[in-house]
Design a binder for this molecule. Structure first.
Ligand code: HEM
Length: 267
């Protein structure tokens, strides 16, 4: 009879699957090149944070739907803190010089953050829904199924407009029943409601400000990523097949929640 206990005690290593985790960093370069490990680790860490962001974004929407604004705000604060970590992580990657990156870049083939389905899922939840990104993932794959679901699901903005309507604001019904797969078109009627919120409803005005923080945080990541790309590969095309820096520059500066920006000049 074996002496091994039937239910071995949970340990740090078994709970966190440390052995499996440490087997997942597999450089492709000969040697391997020293900096490829950093490149792999940082991207894997991003994917884990994207996973957590999606988990928290789903939570915010559920809390808004349950009219629990204090806990929705609390969760938004956590999301913003994660975003700050995501931006700060780029500093580590910027310690890699262009030549260090070039030492293994060719081994990436067509791999690029461009193909991160979780990043696209975050974009979908936040309202940037480009259907063509789904076609990059095989039919029936985890990524494709998740993207298809999030494509048709309401966005965070939709959850917020419905929450405001239940708070007693006269949100136009055309906005409450809008097509959730379409981009948000800024609208005067929605802005009138938001102005009302800012002028006489501090609790919900705070919620609006957290959404603006989120919008700014995503743009900050985009800006820092494109500057890092520019200093690492200049104007070379990306491994993912885009024009690289030029493509990325065009993604910086568009607002996720345009109505919340437009009201600033009217307040
Ligand atoms: C040396 C480091 C990096 C370089 C040179 C680089 C380069 C690029 C380039 C050139 C693109 C444009 C698409 C293409 O490949 O053609 C891109 C897109 C992207 N990269 Fe990076 N990247 C780096 C690090 C990262 C990291 C650490 C992440 C974190 C996940 C990341 C996430 C993304 C995402 C999400 C996109 C798509 C952006 C969009 O389409 O709006 N990148 N990257």
């Amino acid at each position: 009879m074996s002496d091994a206990p039937k239910n071995p005690a949970v340990t740090y290593g078994s709970y966190l699957r440390v052995d499996e985790l440490l087997s997942l960093q597999q450089p492709r370069s000969e040697g391997p090149e020293h900096d490829e490990m950093l490149f792999i680790v940082i991207h894997q860490v991003y994917e884990l944070w994207f996973r957590q962001l999606l988990h928290e974004l789903d939570r915010v929407m559920a809390l808004l739907t349950a009219d629990d604004s204090p806990r929705a705000q609390h969760t938004l604060k956590r999301i913003l803190t994660i975003l700050k970590v995501l931006v700060a992580q780029l500093d580590i990657l910027e310690t890699m010089t262009p030549l260090e990156f070039l030492s293994f870049r060719a081994r990436l083939d067509a791999a690029s953050g461009f193909q991160s389905d979780q990043f696209r899922q975050v974009e979908f939840v936040l309202g940037t829904k480009r259907p063509e990104v789904m076609a990059r993932f095989p039919d029936g794959s985890r990524a494709r199924l998740a993207l298809e679901r999030r494509f048709t699901d309401p966005t965070l903005w939709d959850a917020f407009l419905h929450y405001l309507a239940r708070e007693g604001y006269s949100m136009p019904s055309s906005h409450l029943s809008r097509d959730a797969t379409a981009a948000v078109v800024p609208a005067r009627a929605v802005q009138d409601v938001l102005i009302d919120v800012y002028r006489r409803d501090p609790k919900n005005a705070e919620l609006c400000e957290r959404l603006v923080d989120l919008d700014e945080g995503v743009q900050e990541w985009r800006y820092r990523h494109v500057k890092m790309v520019e200093r690492t590969v200049g104007m070379k095309p990306g491994t993912g097949g885009s024009s690289g820096t030029t493509y990325l520059r065009n993604t910086v500066g568009s607002n996720l929640f345009p109505d919340l920006w437009e009201i600033r000049s009217r307040l």
